[in-house]
Design a protein around this ligand. Structure first.
Ligand code: PZK
Length: 286
């Protein structure tokens, strides 16, 4: 995209302006682990994530509008409607993992939601929780409670994004579970279109925006393996790397094993062969 105006960066994605109303979201093959981007790419990772996101946008259209306008032939870039993004990261947690587990162990609460005593790591929650955060300018997102969320977007919009986020999570986690994948938690981003309508933006229910666990080895009370990144994590742990940049290069067997897991997640969830997606990305929309 030599002449396109660059308007944003994610950790592994780039956003360009196409015109006043449309953006181009491009997913690279870069991978991060322990919050560090590694120097080695995972071939086809960007296409897998783009295809998965498009699949979920197509399947959830009746729950909420979304920003997807078109998938490009390369399979890694999508033309999107330009929105006024809300200053909220809409996190939904169905299981006790990551910072949610840490907070629960310390306080018995997760982001202002009091939970029953005696829950164990990675346990499914009695019901999914909406635990929004804000994009911190430096480093990590900052968890916020309901009152702060309402200050940021107003009570009416807050309740709309909460209800919509929970409905999307229930839909996607149920479908994923039927296909052997536990969707432990997820992060969604919404915006408003020029008519003030709520629209789902960014990526949706990809392994980069969600925790995917293999259902067949899931054991409450343990730390589940990551469906996609476990070979990378295990390799990095075996090196005794201090988890500070720069990250290590990955050997070919770790790259191949990780690529296979991304493709397996794609094929299980979408029911499409990845080769068919590569030949025509639009197969994932119908
Ligand atoms: C938008 N980001 C974050 C995400 C990046 C940057 N449809 C939209 N309309 C307006 N703004 C955005 C979107 C979307 N999606 C998203 N920043 C702006 C971001 C992914 C990759 F490079």
């Amino acid at each position: 995209m030599p002449d396109a105006v660059h308007v944003g960066s994610g950790k592994v994605r780039e956003l360009y302006e196409l015109d006043e109303t449309r953006l181009l979201l491009v997913a690279s093959d870069r991978i991060s682990t322990f919050d560090v981007i590694l120097p080695t790419e995972i071939p086809d990772k960007g296409r897998v994530l783009t295809g998965l996101s498009a699949f979920w946008f197509a399947r959830t259209r009746d729950l909420v509008r979304n920003h997807l306008l078109a998938l490009r032939d390369d399979g890694r870039s999508t033309e999107c409607r330009r929105l006024e993004m809300l200053p909220l990261e809409c996190v939904v947690r169905g299981y006790l993992a990551g910072s949610g587990w840490k907070d629960y162990r310390a306080t018995g609460e997760v982001c202002g939601h009091r939970l029953p005593t005696g829950l164990v790591e990675s346990q499914q929650l009695p019901s999914a929780l909406f635990t929004p955060s804000t994009k911190a300018t430096e480093g990590h997102d900052e968890n916020i409670d309901r009152d702060r969320g309402i200050e940021l977007v107003g009570a009416d919009l807050y309740e709309r994004v909460e209800r919509t986020s929970l409905a999307l999570y229930e839909f996607a986690s149920r479908l994923a579970r039927e296909r052997g994948i536990i969707l432990a938690d997820t992060k969604l981003e919404f915006g408003l279109d020029d008519e003030g309508e709520l629209v789902l933006g960014d990526e949706a229910f990809t392994p980069d925006s969600s925790r995917f666990w293999p259902a067949d080895v899931y054991t409450p009370g343990t730390t589940p393996p990551s469906f996609d990144k476990q070979p990378v994590r295990d390799y990095c742990e075996s090196l005794g790397w201090d988890k500070l940049p720069p990250g290590p290069e990955l050997p070919p067997d770790v790259v191949e094993g990780t690529r296979a897991r991304y493709i397996e997640a794609f094929e299980r969830l979408t029911g499409c062969a990845f080769a068919d997606y590569a030949a025509d990305p639009n197969t994932v929309l119908s």
